[in-house]
Design a protein around this ligand. Structure first.
Ligand SMILES: Nc1ncnc2c1ncn2[C@@H]1O[C@H](COP(=O)(O)OP(=O)(O)O)[C@@H](O)[C@H]1O
Ligand SMILES: [Mg+2]
Length: 596
């Protein structure tokens, strides 16, 4: 329950709406009570009319009662209409408030998510993150909206009804109220049971879907191993379990309503019996008995909802706890206060070591190099040698565990994070494109572009030309407006890589980083791209990462990584002369190329 405290700030934000909702609850309940009073009155009036005029025939009696009856009729309709209006207003305030808070919470969570570091995303899977922002938030909303509304309603109704009843007759009130606590407890018990059972049904349901999903996505393996019969058997077992649990739930549900009806019936019986005695003794009128019966019925459903509401609150508390867990996670990487906004292109690694926090992998050991502004550095090495880790560190996705990285002579940790990253153009190794048009994917690199649409299109096209993807794009029927992704066209690996390059170079960053982004293009296209990039790279610091010598040979400086350590470095020519690992790799790749 403590976890729900987090929401209080939102209640405070919408306090007037909440207060108004509370007033509407009370008013609508008042209008529900008046008709009960009137009913009691009219019954007494009819009875009195009959008693006082024993000689009159029915027509004459009707004449006497016409006006009171008409008044009763109109008043009751008016009250019910008013009650309806205020009920409407109550929902409009409280339920709307819950929707507003839901939106605020989602925004809060999303904003927090975005600030969290990459290692957070490695620790938690996407499904979990999504659940907390959708499912868990809507459970909390059920608490803010319906749960609070019904609780307020019950409290208001209970106080008003009991006060009115006590006003009429204390003894009868006490008798009539006896079954209510019993009813609340037993309903609480039964609804708890229903909740538990429906959760079990849901669990089983999701197990069943997981099973089916796995069976279908693995259908090729399933068929080739001839395991269909086995799979059917397993499915039947899961399916039967689902049936069993559903039937159990249905049974409990079937008990629920009869239980309420029996308890309400008991209350009504007590009212009539004790009420009759009191009426005979002259303490109350017949009309009062009718009035009481209406009250009992009014109290029944709100009371029956107590169990349901309790379950809602419990569930909301559990959900909020999950949400809080993420909200209280702090990002390891945050922008320093008064961070340096000036970023230039010189990069220096000074004895940098890095251990991945989650896996404990020693990815880099004592790495030192300097890239002067406008120069290019190439990093060569096999898979797992630590190349991408260097990129992660330059973009400050992680902080070094040893040594320092400086950019433009300042420790990277002293730079404003936004400025650092906006001066970087990274083409990551694993390309990610949004399900959007090609034009929008490329323009994503532009942070705030203020020029007109025409020059925007020109800029996009120029980037595409430089990334050697232009001719591919205009061959698509929709050209730059072609949609990518699930409902769009599927691009080849090489095409995706080149769009990703266009996205990075359109940004015109001070530092360009290409992380193995030419791996899926042939050497000829690679040559073309590298040629195009020459003019772009001219005044920019560039880091080119590759496992192919052909991509790195033109760089000003080349470092060769192995197991997170620099094993060779120099220029292409110098390294060839050394006749070391670089030389061997070069020979090997040259040979492969000739064969191909
Ligand atoms: N996010 C990560 N968390 C934990 N370990 C990682 C992570 N990324 C890479 N590693 C590990 O760090 C080492 C270097 O990886 P990486 O820099 O990606 O190599 P390369 O880019 O040269 O193929 C590998 O052993 C890899 O398993
Ligand atoms: Mg890599």
């Amino acid at each position: 329950m403590k976890s729900l405290k987090h929401i209080n700030k939102y209640f405070l934000k919408y306090k007037w709406r909440f207060f108004l909702g509370f007033c509407f609850v009370i008013i609508s309940n008042l209008f529900a009570i008046f008709p009960a009073r009137l009913t009691g009155n009219i019954i007494d009036q009819v009875r009195d009319a009959i008693k006082l005029n024993p000689t009159k025939n029915p027509d004459e009696l009707l004449e006497i009662l016409r006006n009171p009856l008409l008044y009763y009729f109109i008043a009751v309709i008016a009250y019910f209409m008013l009650k309806g209006i205020f009920l409407f207003l109550m929902r409009q305030t409280i339920i709307v408030m819950s929707r507003l808070i839901e939106r605020d919470m989602k925004n809060e969570i999303f904003e927090h998510y975005e600030a969290l570091s990459l290692s957070f995303y490695r620790r938690n899977n996407t499904g979990d993150l999504m659940n907390r922002i959708s499912e868990d938030v809507s459970r909390v909303r059920m608490y803010i909206g319906p749960a609070i509304m019904y609780t307020l309603n019950l409290a208001a109704l209970f106080i008003l009804v009991v006060a009115t009843m006590l006003n009429v007759n204390v003894k009868l009130t006490l008798y009539v109220l006896i079954p209510l606590p019993i009813m609340a407890v037993s309903i609480y018990y039964v609804s708890n049971l229903i909740n538990k059972q429906s959760e079990r049904v849901q669990e089983q349901q999701s197990q069943l879907s997981t099973f089916v999903q796995e069976a279908f996505s693995g259908i090729r393996v399933l068929k080739s191993f001839v395991r269909e019969a086995q799979s059917e058997e397993d499915f039947d077992r899961q399916n039967s379990l689902y049936k069993k649990k559903s039937i159990r739930l249905a049974t409990t549900n079937a008990i629920f309503f009869p239980l309420i009806i029996v308890l309400v019936g008991t209350s009504t019986l007590i009212t009539i019996y004790v009420g009759g005695m009191e009426a005979i003794a002259g303490h109350i009128t017949l009309g009062n008995i009718a009035e009481f019966i209406i009250y009992i019925n009014m109290l029944t459903w709100p009371f029956a909802a107590v169990g349901w509401v309790t379950a809602l609150v419990n569930r909301a508390a559990a959900s909020q706890e999950r949400i809080n867990e993420f909200l209280h996670t702090k990002s390891e990487i945050s922008t320093p206060i008064n961070g340096i906004k000036e970023v230039n292109g010189a990069i220096e690694f000074n004895n940098v070591s890095f251990v991945y926090p989650d896996s404990g992998v020693h990815a880099l050991t004592h790495i030192s190099f300097i890239v002067e502004e406008g120069k290019s550095l190439a990093i060569l090495g096999r898979t797992g040698s630590g190349k991408s880790t260097i990129v992660n560190l330059i973009a400050r996705m992680y902080d070094v565990t040893g040594g320092t990285i400086s950019i433009g002579g300042n420790d990277i940790r002293k730079l404003d994070l936004g400025s650092l990253r906006s001066n970087l153009g990274v083409v990551p190794q694993d390309v990610f494109l949004f399900s959007e048009t090609i034009a929008n994917n490329i323009a994503f690199g532009l942070i705030d572009f203020k020029d007109d649409a025409k020059s925007l299109q020109d800029t996009i096209e120029k980037a595409a030309i430089n990334a050697a993807i232009y001719s591919n794009i205009i061959e698509f029927p929709d050209g730059f407006q072609t949609k990518i992704g699930e409902r769009g066209i599927t691009l080849s690996g090489g095409q995706k890589q080149r769009i990703s390059i266009a996205r990075a170079i359109i940004k015109k960053p001070k530092i360009l980083v290409f992380d193995d982004c030419l791996s899926a293009v042939d050497t000829q296209t690679e040559e073309e791209i590298l040629n195009n990039l020459k003019s772009i790279m001219m005044n920019r610091t560039t880091v080119i990462i590759s496992h192919r010598v052909s991509s790195v040979k033109n760089a000003d400086h080349i470092i060769f990584l192995e197991n997170g350590m620099i094993v060779e470095e120099g220029t292409h020519q110098g390294l060839l002369e050394k006749k070391g690992i670089y030389f061997n790799l070069y020979e090997k790749q040259l040979l492969e190329e000739e064969k191909a």
